[in-house]
Design a protein around this ligand. Structure first.
Ligand SMILES: Nc1ncnc2c1ncn2[C@@H]1O[C@H](COP(=O)(O)OP(=O)(O)OP(=O)(O)O)[C@@H](O)[C@H]1O
Length: 239
């Protein structure tokens, strides 16, 4: 636990409604430097909506989001400037562009040193694939390209949308090591994930959402033993 360290993300009392539906209901938690926080919960619990709030794509009806101590920027370039980067569930790669070209894409709008692309590829074990069209790679490699692309802007806060989704056991183990290393460098990591074993391996803290409300928050062990979490999620349909 790193409670003394600087909060990179502070979600305070965030409420979002879509028409009559309350997608997020008074949600509060923080992600600190060097900390990995996992957001889990059943389908429709509000996890993606929360990511979208952090990225300025959805405006909360109530509550605030602060990034590195300041109100969260609402533009993509503002977020990168504040040190935030995100991966997408659908990866969003350009299949005919090479791996390196894909990883360079964020720098075309924000500027930054292209050498970071090579660092990011090396970190993800992709240096040897830099000149391959991204669309020709198997899914696990494409997921690593998407993560390398998120790293190229040198974020302090990483938002990972289902990073373990669609991966086998070996790739999930490697990913767990990568996420631990990224947090070990002092980054904050917030991830949305259905793969509970992966979450238990990488998360310092787990926040459990159900019908838009935080029903539990704590260490993986604390959350695993919580009867409300068992009932809402872990006992049924968890991967
Ligand atoms: N743009 C929108 N308009 C109306 N309702 C929405 C919108 N986006 C999300 N919702 C609703 O808000 C609730 C929360 O959805 P959200 O996608 O955040 O859940 P989730 O936890 O990410 O689910 P999943 O695990 O299936 O991705 C759901 O009931 C969803 O149908």
């Amino acid at each position: 636990m790193m409670n003394e360290s600087f909060p990179l993300l502070e979600i305070d009392g965030v409420t979002v409604t879509f028409g009559g539906l309350t997608a997020l209901d008074d949600v509060s938690f923080a992600v600190r430097e060097g900390e990995t926080v996992a957001l889990i919960g059943p389908n429709g619990a509000g996890k993606t909506t929360l990511f979208n709030v952090v990225c300025g794509l959805v405006r909360p009806g109530r509550g605030t989001v602060r990034v590195a101590g300041a109100p969260a920027p609402s533009s993509a370039t503002g977020l990168v400037g504040a040190g935030v980067s995100r991966t997408l569930q659908g990866l969003g790669l350009f299949g005919t562009m090479t791996v390196l070209e894909n990883v360079l894409v964020p720098l075309s709008t924000t500027g930054g040193d292209p050498a970071h692309a090579h660092d990011a590829l090396a970190r993800l074990g992709l240096a040897g694939l830099a000149h391959r069209p991204a669309g020709t790679l198997p899914y696990p490699e494409r997921k690593r390209v998407a993560l390398a692309r998120a790293l190229v802007t040198e974020p302090r806060l990483l938002l990972l949308d289902e990073p373990a989704g669609g991966l086998g056991a070996e790739d999930i183990d490697a990913l767990a090591g990568t996420v631990r290393d990224l947090a070990g460098d002092g980054r904050g990591v917030l991830l949305v994930e259905h793969h509970v074993d992966f979450v238990m391996k990488v998360a310092d803290r787990v926040v459990v959402l159900d019908f838009g409300r935080v029903i539990a928050a704590g260490t993986p062990d604390e959350v695993r033993g919580d009867p409300a979490v068992e009932a809402a999620y872990l006992g049924v349909g968890a991967a």
